[in-house]
Design a protein around this ligand. Structure first.
Ligand SMILES: Nc1ncnc2c1ncn2[C@@H]1O[C@H](COP(=O)(O)OP(=O)(O)OP(=O)(O)O)[C@@H](O)[C@H]1O
Ligand SMILES: [Mg+2]
Length: 516
């Protein structure tokens, strides 16, 4: 490209105690370009984005933007320069409405200074509608799910008329349909000369939308490829430095049921669910975002209230009334939203890892055997390749994917009979993902039952012994013996969904009784 770059970063370095997050990195973006920014967990992607958006200050290097030498010291300053960011961690204010979040400090006002709420709500709704999301402007942000909140953040960035939008894993929480809507919008922005930096671990999706990829490894830029030359293998080799095989599902002996649900219904919309997970079995729970899969997990783990039905663990009826009861029954739960339910961000890697087993490793006086805790934590840091300078690192300072691994370590250390994993590899790089899958396979071989909620079809098809599909709180299909067909699964996933009163997909109704 002969054009002048819109953004030119030169020799950027940034260190944290014990980690050189960025080491002499150059990065450039041309006007209207959509660029993929790739690399393993901890490679430095978010750090570079945060330097651009005024969250971190660089140790060294220069930044030219729009012909000017800049060094944003705050997110506000970056925004006023024309750089908007959608961060990996959602950053909305939960107790304000959708519209208030979008127009924070820029509220449309009447001539006499009062906020024009009606106009503000209407403008917010119009913006969201353009994104393919019909969310009322009045709705409180805390009432939205992760996908909804992300949409609001994107609408906010769009409304700030940015020249450059940085998206740090924007689609990791979106359904396929929502992601498509986002891509359409990104192309529309591109038409107006807006450039987008797109960070994602989903290579198939990156290939759909970007024109060029920049690849990072260990804080350094290791490659740049036009997308036409960037085969998936090539990208992975640059990112990981070796070849990786995906979905290494191995045969395991499938034994007695470890969990049985009989006609289970909950206050949270789960209706009449029958489901069995056996020892050594990986059951994939497919469906669209909002299908009720997370709600089912919350019922099993005693977070939400069950109103009807029976739960059996190892063939015995149990009453799980709280997450503590679930742990006592040997049920581990790797939740979808790791920030809220999985980790104590202010605690270090070791304490997070050993949190669920404190009793087991305490001596008679109740003091935790530090050596034992250290040994266990170190073991998981190694098996899961958690990138951390030490066991004493506060988990808040780990990269997103490595935080996810700590959540898993915490539950594995407890040695559960049944592990419920909600979107286990979301936000995890391709190398770590392959390791994760291999690990799941090994756990199943050791006799653990795994209930895996995933919105990624290749993961569902590649890793499951059996696939169960949900839609609107109900089970709408079941597939076994490797007869998994993507289209049939999607049909079940959209069973009860309608558009303007018409079924989304017409196919004969699968009766509830068939799933008993
Ligand atoms: N505030 C901080 N304090 C200490 N270390 C940090 C901090 N922020 C990032 N790091 C470290 O810097 C390195 C780069 O992290 P970064 O978040 O940029 O990775 P990433 O490429 O975005 O990874 P992911 O794909 O997992 O999100 C990691 O080793 C991380 O632990
Ligand atoms: Mg990141």
């Amino acid at each position: 490209m002969e054009q002048q770059p819109l953004l030119e970063m030169k020799h950027i370095s940034k260190g944290f105690p014990g980690v050189q997050a960025l080491d002499d990195v150059d990065f450039e973006v041309y006007p209207g370009e959509i660029i993929g920014f790739l690399g393993e967990n901890g490679a430095g992607k978010s750090t570079l984005i945060k330097i651009l958006s005024g969250v971190y200050v660089k140790d060294a290097g220069t930044i030219w933007f729009n012909g000017r030498n800049i060094s944003p010291q705050s997110p506000q300053e970056a925004q006023s320069l024309g750089i908007s960011t959608i961060h990996q961690e959602l950053a909305l204010i939960p107790y304000l409405s959708v519209a208030e979040n979008i127009f924070l400090n820029r509220e449309p006002r009447w001539v006499f200074g009062m906020v024009d709420f009606r106009r503000m709500n209407q403008e917010a709704e119009a913006l969201l509608h353009d994104l393919g999301a019909d969310i009322p402007g009045r709705k409180m942000v805390r009432e939205l799910n992760v996908a909804g909140q992300q949409m609001v953040e994107i609408a906010k960035a769009v409304s700030q008329n940015a020249r450059l939008i940085l998206m740090d894993e924007p689609t990791s929480a979106l359904s396929g349909k929502e992601a498509d809507a986002l891509f359409t919008l990104i192309r529309r922005l591109q038409g107006r000369g807006v450039a987008v930096v797109f960070v994602s671990h989903r290579l198939d999706e990156v290939r759909q939308i970007v024109e060029r990829v920049v690849i990072m490894r260990d804080g350094r830029r290791v490659g740049t490829l036009p997308i036409a030359e960037a085969s998936e293998e090539k990208i992975i080799r640059l990112m990981v430095g070796r070849d990786v095989g995906l979905f290494p599902k191995e045969q395991a002996d499938i034994g007695e049921p470890v969990l049985e649900l009989r006609h289970v219904s909950g206050e949270n919309g789960v209706a009449n669910v029958n489901l069995t997970v056996r020892k050594g079995e990986i059951v994939g729970l497919a469906g669209l975002i909002g299908a009720g899969r997370t709600e089912l997990a919350r019922l099993i783990c005693g977070v939400d209230k069950m109103v009807q039905g029976e739960v059996l663990v190892d063939g015995r009826a149990v009453h799980i009334k709280s997450p503590k009861d679930a742990v006592r029954q040997g049920i581990g739960w790797v939740p979808e939203d790791r920030k809220q339910h999985g980790l104590v961000l202010g605690m270090d890697v070791q304490d997070n890892t050993t949190m669920t087993i404190l009793q087991r490793i305490s001596n008679l006086l109740g003091a935790v055997k530090n050596k034992e805790a250290k040994r266990i934590a170190a073991e998981y840091v190694q098996t899961l390749s958690i990138a951390t300078p030490s066991l004493g690192q506060t988990v808040r300072h780990l990269s997103g994917g490595n935080q996810q691994k700590v959540v898993l370590a915490k539950w594995l250390s407890m040695g559960p009979k049944l592990l419920i994993m909600d979107e286990p590899t979301r936000g995890i790089d391709i190398g770590a993902k392959a390791e994760f899958h291999a690990l799941m396979s090994r756990l199943a071989q050791q006799g653990m039952g795994i209930l895996m909620i995933s919105s990624e079809m290749p993961e569902i098809i590649g890793m499951s012994d059996r696939v169960v599909v949900m839609c609107q709180g109900r089970i709408t299909g079941e597939f076994a013996d490797g007869r998994f067909d993507q289209e049939e699964i999607m049909t079940c996933a959209t069973q009860f969904l309608t558009v303007d009163g018409e079924p989304l997909l017409t196919k004969e109704y699968i009766g509830e009784d068939e799933n008993g």
